[in-house]
Design a protein around this ligand. Structure first.
Ligand code: GDP
Length: 203
């Protein structure tokens, strides 16, 4: 399998909407999650570059789709965080539209990393993203983030419960899950393996 140099990730560009995304080429994997799920921290842990996913924490700021290059033809895509309580309803709807449009139309997208705080998994946004992805047979890999906040037993139980839910929904072939801690760097290798598999997949 081709090695992907995650540590060599470089910022490529930001796009306010699908229309302004860079042209389709190579392979992409996107990262999505509710605001505060730990997306920037996870991207930082993965790339060991703390400047890369410096997201604005200001509610109401323009939400951009950010593209990071990790290889000649491979990109990671940081999708706008979702769910600031203070953001107007119209803006939330705009984000939803952007996200679903990106998922549905972006042909070089190989998979979706969906981040959820392990203490609050499977919120409305998460099931919405999973449903959109499953509808178009897009594989999803769930990161149960901040796993260090729970003891090992409860963390594993949450992981098993999420997997069981996927099995019961009949989507276990498309949706996988793991525990993750940016703080402890737990789960980074497992994440890299999944990303590498998707990014080096031949069309
Ligand atoms: P984002 O909004 O999804 O980009 O989330 P951030 O990466 O900014 O993280 C949100 C908050 O959770 C911050 O206060 C982080 O320090 C904290 N956080 C993120 N990852 C971890 C983790 O692995 N362990 C712990 N304990 N806290 C984390």
């Amino acid at each position: 399998m081709t090695e992907i140099n995650f540590h060599g990730a470089t910022f490529e560009q930001s796009a306010p909407s699908i229309r302004e995304c860079p042209p389709e080429s190579g392979a992409e994997v996107a990262f999505a999650g509710r605001s505060n799920a730990g997306k920037s921290s996870a991207i930082n842990a993965l790339t060991q570059n703390s400047k890369l996913a410096r997201t604005s924490k200001t509610p109401g700021r323009t939400q951009l789709i950010n593209f990071f290059r990790v290889g000649e033809a491979q990109k990671l895509v940081d999708l706008p965080g979702y769910g600031y309580a203070k953001v107007a309803r119209s803006m939330k709807e705009q984000w939803q539209e952007n996200l679903s449009e990106y998922l549905q139309k972006r042909e070089c997208l190989r998979g979706l990393i969906l981040l959820m705080d392990i203490r609050h998994p499977m919120q409305e946004f998460d099931t919405m993203m999973i449903n959109w992805a499953v509808e178009i047979e897009m594989p999803v890999h769930i990161l149960l983030t901040k796993a260090d906040k729970l003891k090992r037993g409860p963390a594993q139980n949450t992981l098993f419960a999420v997997r069981k839910q996927m099995k019961e929904a009949g989507v276990e072939d498309l949706v996988s899950a793991q525990c993750f801690s940016s703080l402890k760097r737990d789960g980074v290798e497992e994440l890299k393996t999944q990303l590498t598999e998707w990014l080096t997949l031949q069309n």
